[in-house]
Design a protein around this ligand. Structure first.
Ligand SMILES: O=C(O)c1ccc[n+]([C@@H]2O[C@H](COP(=O)([O-])O)[C@@H](O)[C@H]2O)c1
Ligand SMILES: Cc1cc2nc[nH]c2cc1C
Length: 349
């Protein structure tokens, strides 16, 4: 797996010139706050002082989880395919926000337990109709995990070949906060209790049940000799949508695209990819802080400061689509704002 991707940190040669360009804009030093760090990141990723975006895409990866039937979610598994239908019909939150942001939306069947047939707007990359139940056995085989990663990588490579250089990640999968919690615990070492949350809205009793089930799954994995190696953890607990995002992220970073990272589940894929290839994080813009508590552990591990903090916990890539205009603003101020010199504004007291 390692040998399949070549992800190098952006060359820092332009860092000083970018910082100088930012500091010469007609504003007090640092006054555009986090947008300044984003602007610098964009310049370094693209290796230019005037970053440009082409063919922005928002990818929604969907998959089902065997453990959903054990009661880790407030919603039944069928909601996954029903929401995919909603995406295809244009009626979900992500359709609204992607339209508003002028991003192309693509929905990917990574492993939904439903036959959609051939549909416009849906990429069929189904590895299997849902994962196995990790309370009983590994969610996927090592081969299935590799297939999901490879299919994800192919999707990013195709986008890049068609002129896309910025891609937002989103997901849909009933039960996938549980998978993300297990992955986050294994990869960060933060206690499972601090990585588990209410997902789509479990009540207190549901949250206690979810925690108990996830302790059980972890106990089974540990008893079988399971370690914290990212690909082993991904195959053990992951969803196909999470594994496919890992592959798509790795190939996107390899192609030096900008990656817009959504909430808790997307960040579990980013954390997995960045544990394998630490330079991956240099290509990521962390778009928002999810209300799901385990997102904190992920953001800490990735040393990431997200752009938005709106209490979102929807997924679908909604945080990424909402943050895209801010990322555009970062590129635009760098490209369009006057400098002290060009505007004739005094830069000293
Ligand atoms: O992105 C997030 O931070 C987020 C937080 C909570 C829930 N979700 C969405 O809700 C679904 C998973 O919730 P659950 O309770 O079924 O595990 C899945 O479709 C996610 O897109 C997403
Ligand atoms: C309705 C609904 C929409 C979603 N979108 C992402 N996850 C979701 C979960 C539910 C339950």
């Amino acid at each position: 797996m390692h040998s399949k991707f070549n992800i190098v940190a952006p060359d820092q040669g332009l860092a000083a010139a970018l910082q100088h360009k930012i500091d010469q804009k007609t504003k007090p030093l640092g006054a555009l706050g986090q947008l300044e760090q984003v602007a610098k990141k964009l310049g370094l990723i693209q290796q230019r002082l005037d970053p440009q975006f082409g063919q922005p895409h928002l990818l929604v990866f969907a998959g089902d989880h065997g453990a959903a039937k054990a009661g880790v979610s407030a919603f039944p598994q069928d909601v996954t395919w029903q929401m995919v239908e909603n995406f295809l019909a244009g009626g979900a939150a992500i359709n609204v926000f992607a339209r508003q942001a002028d991003m192309h939306l693509a929905v990917i069947d990574a492993g939904v337990a439903h036959d959609f047939g051939k549909r416009s707007g849906l990429i069929n990359a189904k590895v299997a109709p849902g994962t196995a139940n990790y309370l009983e056995q590994p969610a996927m085989t090592v081969e299935q995990c590799a297939t999901a990663i490879e299919r994800g990588a192919e999707i990013s490579r195709n986008l890049f070949a068609n002129g896309c250089n910025i891609v937002g990640f989103g997901e849909m999968g009933i039960g996938n906060t549980a998978a993300a919690s297990l992955i986050t615990h294994c990869l960060t070492g933060v206690s499972l209790a601090d990585c588990v949350g209410r997902g789509t809205g479990l009540d207190d009793a549901g949250l206690v049940r979810k925690q108990g089930l996830l302790e059980q799954a972890l106990g089974r994995y540990r008893a079988a000799g399971g370690n914290n190696e990212p690909l082993a953890v991904l195959a053990e607990f992951g969803g196909f949508e999470i594994a496919m995002m890992v592959g798509a992220m790795l190939a996107a970073a390899e192609a030096k695209m900008v990656l817009l990272i959504d909430g808790f589940i997307v960040s579990s894929a980013a954390l997995t990819a960045a544990t394998l290839f630490p330079a991956l994080a240099d290509y990521c813009v962390f778009c928002h802080r999810s209300a799901e508590p385990g997102h904190q552990a992920q953001l800490r591990a990735l040393q990431a400061e997200p752009l938005l903090d709106l209490g979102l916990r929807l997924g679908e890539g909604t945080g990424a689509a909402l943050a895209y205009p801010l990322v555009q603003a970062a590129a635009n101020f760098l490209n369009e704002m006057a400098s002290f010199e060009s505007a004739g504004v005094s830069d000293k007291a």
